[in-house]
Design a protein around this ligand. Structure first.
Ligand SMILES: [Mg+2]
Length: 192
C-alpha cells in the first residue's frame, strides 16, 4: 500500500508548450523582423524579449503574420531532438500533453502535420489549445500535469498550480531566470 502510494506520488505527467519548445521560429522571426524593418539579433527572438523591441500594435501584427502566414509553416523547424525524445517518453509510458495558446487550432494542427508531429506524437487525445495563460494553468490542473516546459517565463509565472516548471531556453539567453533552464530536448530526457 505504502509503495503504491509512493509510486503514485512520483508519477510524472508532462506538459509541453508548442511554439518555442516543439517548434523553433527563430529563423522566421528574423525574416519577419527584416520585413518590418527591425534590426533584431537571434538572441532577441524569444517572445518575452522581442515583444519589447517594438510598439505593442506592431508586435500584434508581427505575431499575426508569424502565426497565420502559411509560408512560415514550412519555414519553422522542429526543435532538435523533439521526435527522438518523444519516442522515448512514449516508450516509458509517461503521459504527456501539448498545451498551446494558439488561437487557430486548425492552423496549428496543419503545422504539426506538415512537420510529421501530428498525429504520431500529438493528436486529439493529447493536444489542447487554450486562449489565456490562466486557461493554460486550468488545463494543466485538469490533466494533472506535474512538469511543464515553456519558453516564456511570463507564462510559467501564471502556471501557479504546476509543481515543476522549466524554462525552455534553447538560445541560452535567460541567465537570471528564477526557473530551472532547459536548453535542449536532450536535457528534457534527463529529467524524465
Ligand atoms: Mg511558447
Amino acid at each position: 500500500m505504502l509503495i503504491e502510494m509512493k509510486a503514485q506520488g512520483d508519477k510524472k505527467i508532462i506538459g509541453f508548450d508548442m511554439d518555442g519548445v516543439v517548434l523553433d521560429h527563430t529563423e522566421n522571426k528574423l525574416l519577419l523582423a527584416k520585413k518590418f524593418n527591425l534590426k533584431i539579433k537571434k538572441e532577441e527572438t524569444p517572445s518575452d524579449l522581442i515583444r519589447h523591441l517594438m510598439p505593442l500594435s506592431v508586435y500584434r501584427k508581427f505575431q499575426i503574420d508569424l502565426n497565420d502566414n502559411p509560408k512560415f509553416r514550412c519555414l519553422c523547424a522542429v526543435m532538435p531532438g523533439t521526435k527522438q525524445i518523444l519516442r522515448r517518453i512514449i516508450k516509458s509510458e509517461v503521459p504527456y500533453f501539448l498545451v498551446s495558446r494558439r488561437k487557430k487550432e486548425r492552423a496549428a494542427i496543419k503545422i504539426l502535420k506538415y512537420h510529421g508531429l501530428w498525429p504520431k506524437y500529438f493528436n486529439k487525445n493529447n493536444a489542447y489549445f487554450v486562449i489565456t495563460p490562466e486557461d493554460k494553468n486550468k488545463k494543466a490542473v485538469e490533466l494533472g500535469i506535474t512538469h511543464y516546459f515553456d519558453d516564456q517565463q511570463t507564462i510559467l509565472d501564471k502556471l501557479v498550480n504546476v509543481k515543476n516548471k522549466f524554462l525552455f531556453d534553447h538560445l541560452g539567453v535567460f541567465k537570471n531566470s528564477p526557473y530551472r533552464r532547459i536548453k535542449s530536448w536532450k536535457e528534457i530526457a534527463r529529467l524524465i
